[in-house]
Design a binder for this molecule. Structure first.
Ligand SMILES: Nc1ncnc2c1ncn2[C@@H]1O[C@H](COP(=O)(O)OP(=O)(O)O)[C@@H](O)[C@H]1O
Ligand SMILES: [Mg+2]
Length: 348
């Protein structure tokens, strides 16, 4: 299946609702066929930005280029982007097939074209055998698949998805995420996907755009935003991280009673951060490792989590380690030492 996918360039987009600024100075380039996820807490401006991309909302400031053409003022119909929302209503009186055929009929495609396209889409979203059912006869996950099929049926250049799986239970969500990856790979359409679920964003996206208070914090690959967060907000929003008060002098960090070489400049920085899985544990004293006391040990299956407290300044820390590598003697009350590679230090 080949669709023409569009490039999107947002340039300094701003959006005010009265005196409230919902979006401020958002610039990003989305390449044709990319899967970009907008991730951020509730109220951070994700839906507002998606609505501006769709043409259903207009930006207060800035401009929007689609395939290099200025489309800032063009209405939603002119853009023709596909859309899938949470609980996006299917036509209840129409069958699955009729729902998917609807946008194609609006486009006045031939009956033969519609028939083959609908069959193709039903197959794509894994609903073979359900074509003659009404939406009420389908599960929530199946209804979302119909919405996805309907949005993709007419080969839109861009598909916009706003938290489409947030009403589904965890297992079904995981299944739909896999489907989305497969469908995106097969269609090659540009996908812009909104979620507030960080693991969903990490699993699905070619790049993640992280929003907070209407501002773009970072846009980068899942690995980059996780391993090289641009700031403390991004670091803390994506997964667990230990943030420790630190002081910095010529290439060295002083943190929790030890001195460590720094990976880069630390001008104006006040904290050093390390992901829990980057830390390793020593049961004997070591001048390059941070002395800590174990406060709790939590079994999580393949990994175990240690809750720790710095012996020097009582900073609470979390360390994750494969359960198989964790000695039995490491129990609450025990003194241990924690080490990590200097390149795993993040400076904020
Ligand atoms: N039509 C509107 N009128 C006034 N305020 C709005 C409107 N739409 C959104 N907002 C506000 O803009 C902010 C961002 O909203 P939204 O884009 O829906 O956030 P998100 O999708 O990230 O949860 C919120 O504070 C919201 O209350
Ligand atoms: Mg929203």
């Amino acid at each position: 299946m080949n669709t023409s996918s569009a490039a999107i360039e947002a340039v300094a987009i701003g959006k005010d609702f009265g005196s409230f600024t919902a979006l401020d100075d958002i610039s990003m380039t989305i390449n044709p066929g990319e899967f970009v996820t907008l991730l951020g807490p509730s109220g951070s401006g994700k839906t507002t930005f998606l609505m501006i991309l769709s043409g259903f909302e207009q930006a207060t400031r800035g401009s929007l280029l689609i395939d290099g053409m200025d489309r800032t003022l063009s209405p939603a119909e002119a853009r023709g982007f596909g859309m899938v929302f949470q609980g996006y209503a299917l036509f209840p009186h129409m069958t699955v097939e009729e729902n998917i055929a609807f946008p194609l009929k609006v486009q006045k495609r031939s009956a033969a074209q519609i028939k083959s396209r609908v069959a193709e889409m039903i197959e794509l979203v894994g609903l073979a055998g359900h074509g003659h059912k009404k939406p009420t006869g389908l599960s929530g996950g199946q209804q979302q698949r119909v919405a996805l099929a309907r949005a993709l049926a007419y080969e839109p250049p861009v598909l916009l998805l706003d938290e489409p799986f947030s009403a589904l239970d965890k297992n079904l969500r995981g299944q739909m995420q896999e489907e989305m990856r497969r469908i995106h790979a097969r269609m090659g359409t540009t996908f812009v996907f909104v979620t507030h679920d960080q693991s969903e964003a990490l699993a699905l996206s070619s790049r993640i755009a992280i929003f907070n208070h209407g501002r773009l914090q970072q846009i980068a690959t899942p690995t980059e935003v996780y391993e090289r967060p641009a700031n403390r907000f991004v670091a803390e929003f994506l997964g667990e991280i230990n943030v420790m008060p630190a002081s910095f002098t010529s290439g060295m960090a002083q943190v929790g009673g030890i001195s460590l070489p720094l990976p880069g400049p630390a001008e104006g920085a006040t904290h050093l951060a390390v992901r829990p899985e980057k830390m390793t544990l020593l049961t004997g004293a070591d001048a390059t490792a941070m002395p800590c006391k174990v406060t709790d040990r939590i079994y999580m299956g393949a990994t175990s989590r240690l809750l720790l407290e710095s012996t020097t300044d009582a900073t609470p820390l979390v360390l994750d380690q494969p359960t198989a590598d964790l000695p039995d003697g490491v129990q609450p009350g025990r003194q241990i030492w924690v080490r990590w590679a200097p390149t795993d230090s993040l400076i904020f």
